[in-house]
Design a protein around this ligand. Sequence first.
Ligand code: XLS
Ligand code: NI
Ligand code: NI
Length: 442
Amino acid sequence: MKVVKGEREYFKGIPAIKYEGQHSDNPMSFKFYNPKQRVGKKTMQDHLRFAIAYWHTFCGNGGDPFGAPTKLFPWLENSDPLQRGYDKMDAAFELITKLGVSYYCFHDYDLVDEAPTLKESEKRIAAMIAYAKEKQKASGVKLLWGTANLFSHPRYMNGAATNPDFNVVCYAGAQVKNALDATIALKGSNYVFWGGREGYLSLLNTEMKREQEHLARFLHAAKDYGRKHGFKGTFLIEPKPMEPTKHQYDFDAATVISFLREYDLLGDFQLNLEVNHATLAQHTFQHELQVASDAGVLGSIDANRGDYQNGWDTDQFPNNLYELTEAMLVILKSGGFKTGGINFDAKTRRNSTNLEDIFYAHIGGMDIFARALIVAHSILQAGQYEKLLRERYSTFQSGKGKQFVNGKLGIEDLHRLALKNGEPIQRSGRQEYFENLINQFI
Ligand code: XLS
Ligand code: NI
Ligand code: NI
């Protein structure tokens, strides 16, 4: 069969998306995202480091447990898996470059369908990597991160690295080796582990401690392999509390950090935090960001939003300026992204069936982040917010409070001071005042 590459335009009639400003009525334009505009010391583009998620955008066909696919993408039409892989990649790079996005992310089998044997799959992946190299070179688009899909195939129904059967663990290892090789070959900045099936459905049949030890062994082995083969980027763990397992070991940021510390993985591993995973864990997104930032492991984010009226991972595109401003405040205060970025792990709704909808979704997501960046930056610039925060802790800045922080006061000293100073005066948390500050800058 003759392979056809790079000949078809999939998003006909959609030009490269440009910044036209807030007053443009062209829906195919950015109203706020102006890549070269400086915000503080960096351009918007360098702050935000947007990435497109291959799986939702090019593979997600709208099928759900209740109904058939609704999105009959032209790049998924060909019956030959390799040709389909090439078509998908053409469509991907067309969309990524038309949106002016600099990065993309993939799972191994997003690029091309898994074959009946591992050997055959490796051949397919190699063909895709060779083509991706050409496409990256021609467009300047880069790989933010690669990962292995260790959750879709039935062999992983009892887990991948935490599977009670060693033979499955080997298979997961083989896939991670290949996905790491691919990430290295394509000069990816990060490598992600999202352990969708690393957890349990029932504790009755699970030895949790053993499974977590296996996971740690597995991550060490993957890290050692990556480092030995020239991977200089960051390994990222993406926490999620549940779905598809009842309980996922990488529950939330705090759980993962304590796991990394316990198994001596801090240093090589950071976190990839996803908005909808935070809310599934009953946290706000900025809570997760703050926990990671405080531990020095805020690596990258998966941008999306959940639905407050239902529980699951709906992966909608972000659109809430107030909440994103709160998130951007943490990100900016943490020094911004280094190897990481903002990956749109989000999908258009099942009934958004026009190809244009994919553009509207990303334009909206990029614009809302641009706005949040501008607002958060101005809040920090104005200084009032940080001043309020400092005031709240001012009693630790000097005198006895400072001595306590420095470890100079024992519990008897606290007792003596309490007796001497009497009932503390009441100090308001001024939450509404803080909240209004954000609104003022929006
Ligand atoms: C699923 C996860 C997944 C990871 C990559 O909920 O978000 O898409 O980002 O495996
Ligand atoms: Ni998710
Ligand atoms: Ni994700």
